[in-house]
Design a protein around this ligand. Structure first.
Ligand code: SF4
Length: 522
């Protein structure tokens, strides 16, 4: 298996695949060995990654010039090519299967299942790993309400940031007495550093198609849309290919699996506006209008796309659906905490050894994710803070390392789950700079529709600039806090309502760093 995710592709994994095929053919073993381009394995820091089965040996930072020796040692003589084995796989001289390593052993891959396992461009491989069985089960043996009840009982909550109960959302739409309803997959992942939705689309696109068809059946919809950012070319190309294959196999279109159920999916490309991840803005963009939020209610489940009932679920949420249908609500609800069920995918970034994608059960601690799975802080530096929830979230400190990662705990600490960005900072990071970075992002991405966000984020940034330039006073710090609260309370959509979070959380936990920048301390 060779990782064909965006990260490894940008580090020449296509050339590695070509060289592997060339060497394998050169040795005449092409009948015994198949080279598969998969989606992301998660350990992006060590890419390009190659895993050789059946042993499950994990080769890291593979280069094209390694391939002749790797093929000769491992594939011809059955001996792992020592030079490129992921070093943590060695224990007592034995080479471990990669799933037993520190990075993988605490992970539970539900949304990411099949990523790094199958060829995402081959529908037969998806079908061969239980793919489309959930759709068959739903269409042939389950009533619409039964599907909704199963998703409700599983406790699945939206993974795009809102955390709303997915089954309940579906039920609201199902209850609307309208002929036309829509299912939208939100793939407009915009948090800096987050790439979990991108990886799912690149590594397992059929899981999203299958879930959208199941959702369509559950709410009584025949039409779906995926809104995906155009900056994700590999994801878009694989999803479009997967759609064509699903149509060819009769898994999309009219009379799916001979059951009379009709469902189609069209692709809409987003142009990279962060605000278009907000569901009302996304709907306007799909309709062909400028992507700007509108007040809720009405909620999209009642009046959404072209004023018809519409459910919007993000990619990661949908990637859980087929597994829940196949394994049951109780199985899913048995993972995680009382109010946050299942798993969450995080994009680990910043000052951490193992940057990449991890999927962990809800309720795991920040310490386990950062120090056990993430391998800790590089260069023996000290951990300082972790930012969860991207520009809408907040920074947490060492005292929070043993807190549980779940929707409610993170919110109670002044941060949030968000879509799953997790940026780690070490002792060298200036927290005022961090707040400034995120605010600069939200100021840029403000759609400008409402004054508190449009003008407020600009004024906040000016205050932060003044402070970081060493020209700030205590009065400025007070203004920063007051204005942040005003913006949170008065903005129209979640972008503005959460934009001050990085400022407020860094003032709360790192006030001394602001004070260090302030000259006039009176
Ligand atoms: Fe636009 Fe910001 Fe107002 Fe949202 S809060 S509508 S992004 S100006």
């Amino acid at each position: 298996m060779v990782c064909g995710g965006t990260g490894c592709t940008s580090s020449d994994s296509n050339q590695i695949i070509a060289k592997l095929n060339q060497e394998i053919a050169g040795h005449g073993i092409q009948e015994q060995v198949e080279v598969v381009r998969t989606g992301c394995f998660g350990l992006c820091e060590l890419g390009p990654v190659v895993i050789v089965y059946p042993e499950g040996i994990f080769y890291s930072r593979v280069e094209v010039q390694d391939i002749p020796k790797l093929v000769e040692a491992h594939l011809l003589h059955g001996k792992p090519y020592e030079k490129k084995i992921y070093e943590k796989t060695k224990q007592d001289g034995e080479t471990l299967n990669f799933e037993e390593t520190e990075f993988y052993k605490k992970q539970v891959r539900i949304a990411l299942h099949n990523c790094g396992v199958i060829d995402p461009e081959n529908i037969d491989e998806y079908i061969g790993s239980d793919g489309y069985q959930a759709l068959g089960k739903v269409l042939k043996t389950m009533g619409r309400q039964e599907v909704i009840d199963t998703i409700k009982q599983s406790g699945l909550r939206g993974r795009g940031g809102g955390g709303f109960n997915t089954g309940l959302k579906w039920e609201f739409a199902a209850k609307q007495d309208k002929k036309q309803k829509y299912v939208i997959c939100n793939a407009d992942e915009g948090d800096p550093g987050a790439f979990m939705d991108r990886s799912i689309l690149e590594g397992n696109p059929h899981s999203v198609i299958e879930a959208m068809a199941i959702a369509g059946y559950a709410i009584g919809s025949s039409q779906g849309f995926i809104y995906v950012r155009a900056e994700y070319p590999i994801a878009v190309q694989r999803f479009v290919k997967a759609l064509a294959q699903a149509r060819e196999y009769g898994l999309l279109g009219d009379n799916i699996l001979g059951t009379g159920f009709c469902f189609n999916i069209d692709v809409r490309l987003g142009a990279g506006a962060f605000v278009c991840g907000e569901e009302t803005a996304l709907i306007h963009s799909v309709e062909g209008h400028r992507g700007m939020p509108t007040p809720k209610p009405p909620f999209p489940a009642v009046q959404g796309l072209w004023e018809q009932p519409t459910i919007i679920n993000n990619v990661e949420t949908l990637a859980n659906v087929a597994q829940i249908i196949l394994k049951g609500a109780a199985w899913y609800a048995g993972i995680g905490t009382e109010k946050s069920k299942g798993t969450k995918v995080f994009a680990l970034g910043g000052k951490v050894v193992n940057t990449g994608l991890v999927e962990v059960p809800m309720g795991i601690t920040l310490r386990e994710v950062i120090f056990e799975i993430g391998g800790g802080i590089p260069g023996g530096k000290k951990f300082k803070a972790v930012q969860t929830g991207g520009p809408s979230g907040g920074c947490l400190t060492e005292e929070h390392l043993d807190c549980s990662i779940d929707f409610d705990t993170l919110t109670s600490l002044g941060s949030m789950m968000g879509s799953g960005g997790m940026i780690i900072m070490d002792e060298d990071t200036c927290m005022v700079d961090v707040a400034r970075f995120y605010l600069d992002f939200t100021r840029d991405e403000s759609c400008g529709k409402c004054t508190p966000c449009r003008i407020g984020t600009k004024r906040l940034l000016e205050l932060l600039d003044k402070i970081t330039e060493g020209k700030g006073s205590m009065e400025d710090l007070e203004k920063l806090e007051n204005l942040s609260v005003q913006i949170k309370n008065a903005s129209l959509c979640a972008l503005g309502q959460t934009a001050p979070n990085p400022v407020l959380s860094t003032i709360k936990y790192f006030r001394e760093e602001y004070m260090a920048h302030i000259v006039d301390k009176k």
